[in-house]
Structures are given as structure tokens and as C-alpha cells.
Design a protein around this ligand. Structure first.
Ligand code: 13P
Length: 255
């Protein structure tokens, strides 16, 4: 799998809204060409079981926005990777900038999460990205390098269950997306870095995230190194998420 569209619902939607949105997407994914496009929905953890039941037979996959390493333990409030897998979750987000920023998660812990998730059979979407201050200081590539190095060095990764998201922090929820050139440059850099860890980089999705919307998706997806998107705000409405997903269809081989 190289191309993929993903929805990060973050801490949004009441149960009935989540179910209605998921059902609308499930219907849309029922038919070609969308049914040929890998799609992943990351709802609040509370809804995973229900969406897992509803997705039976659908090509849409579901993922958790977070997970704790291990199976069981005295970690009040946490949900383990093993528990996520047990309710039918297929993916987990690791390293989202909101977790790094608000919950103080650093690379050593993120590495543990990745290992634990993969041991339980989950696929990992690992997020990286620089802040505005880091970009202004010319540190974008060194930040991306260390965010990868901290989790990949000497780590036995199952590459067939690993994907990356480039999400510049300054673009998340700001309405200010990276330009196509900035995204292409960062993605090319990340793919080259993945090769240095022995990854089959040409088969690994590198998704762009940060103020993706129907108006900018086609231009970003036209970049050869941009393999899809991780959509926040615009994934909360059926029409806008579908419009973004459809913009990615241009990358699929014509069957
Ligand atoms: P927005 O699309 O709302 O900018 O969020 C991006 C994001 O953080 C997805 O994980």
C-alpha cells in the first residue's frame, strides 16, 4: 500500500454523529473507485468497538488516536495496544504533535508504543513535523531527522505495517497549509531517511497533514512524494472528507 487517506476525528463528535458520519463514509466506500482507495478512520477511542462492528465487510479501516504499550497494568485511564487490537482496531496514531505538545510524549516512549502496537498486530501511523519557530530557524530537517531517529534506530520495525505522516505543527488547525513545494521537499527528505533504516521506502505511505481541505488537496496530492493525507477538521463533514479522498484518486493506477 502506498496511497492512503486518513481521518483524525480528534476529540470531536457525539456517538450518534460519529455513527452517522461513519455510515455515510462506509456507503461511499462501497463502490469503485473509492473502494480501491485505502481509507482509515481514527475516531475517539470510545467509538472504536461500535465502528469495528459497523465496518464488517467494508474496505474502510479503523484506528485509535492513542494507545498505551502492553496488555494490562495499573495505568488508570489508559487503553492498551492489546485491548485496542482485541476490539478490531487495525491502526494506531503515534507521535501526533498534540500528544507531544500537551502530554509531553517524547521519542523514547513513542518507540515503546510503536514496538508494542506492532507486536499486537496493529499498523502504526507515526507523525512528525516541525514548529513554526523551528522552521524559521532553519531546523526543519534536523527536527525530522531526530523525530525519526528517536524511534527507528535499532528498532525491529515491521515495515508492511508502518506509515508516516508529515504534519507541520504550524499548519495544524490554522488554515495555513504547507505549500506543495514545502510538502514535496519534506516528504522526499523523509523517504530518503527511511531508506537509511533499511525500509522499503517506495512502498511506505507518507501522508501530509495540516489544514488539508478540498481546495488544496489536489495540488498537494499532485506532488510525487505526497502519498495521501491525514485530515483533521475537514474530516468531520462527509462532503469535505469525500472531496479530499476523491482528489487522491488521481494517484491510483487506472484499472
Ligand atoms: P487539521 O486538518 O484540522 O489541520 O488537523 C490536521 C491533523 O492534526 C491531523 O492529524
Amino acid at each position: 500500500m502506498r496511497y492512503c487517506i486518513a481521518a483524525n476525528w480528534k476529540m470531536h463528535l457525539y456517538p450518534a454523529e460519529a455513527e452517522a458520519l461513519f455510515l455515510a463514509l462506509r456507503d461511499a466506500w462501497q463502490e469503485a473507485p473509492l473502494s480501491n482507495l485505502p481509507g482509515i478512520i481514527f475516531p475517539p477511542v470510545l467509538y472504536l468497538q461500535r465502528l469495528s462492528d459497523l465496518r464488517q465487510g467494508s474496505p474502510l479501516q479503523i484506528g485509535a488516536q492513542n494507545g498505551y504499550p502492553g496488555e494490562f497494568g495499573a495505568y488508570t485511564g489508559e487503553v492498551s495496544m492489546a485491548q485496542l487490537a482485541a476490539v478490531g482496531t487495525q491502526w494506531v496514531l503515534v507521535g501526533h504533535s498534540e500528544r507531544r505538545q500537551y502530554f509531553g510524549e517524547g521519542e523514547a516512549f513513542l518507540r515503546e508504543k510503536i514496538l508494542s502496537a506492532q507486536q499486537r498486530g496493529l499498523s502504526v501511523l507515526y507523525c512528525v513535523g516541525e514548529t513554526q519557530a523551528q522552521r524559521s530557524a532553519g531546523q526543519t530537517f534536523s527536527v525530522l531527522t531526530s523525530q525519526l531517529e528517536g524511534v527507528l534506530r535499532d528498532t525491529p520495525i515491521a515495515w508492511s505495517r508502518f506509515a508516516l505522516a508529515y504534519e507541520p505543527v504550524w499548519a495544524i488547525g490554522t488554515g495555513l497549509n504547507a505549500t506543495a513545494t514545502q510538502a514535496q521537499e519534506a516528504h522526499a527528505f523523509l523517504r530518503a531517511q527511511l531508506r537509511t533504516y533499511g525500509a522499503p521506502a517506495d512502498t511506505i505511505p507518507i501522508l501530509y497533514g495540516g489544514s488539508l481541505k478540498p481546495e488544496n488537496a489536489a495540488e498537494l496530492f499532485a506532488q510525487p512524494e505526497v502519498d495521501g493525507g491525514l485530515v483533521g477538521g475537514a474530516s468531520l463533514k462527509t462532503e469535505s472528507f469525500l472531496a479530499i479522498a476523491k482528489a487522491l484518486l488521481q494517484k491510483l493506477p487506472v484499472s
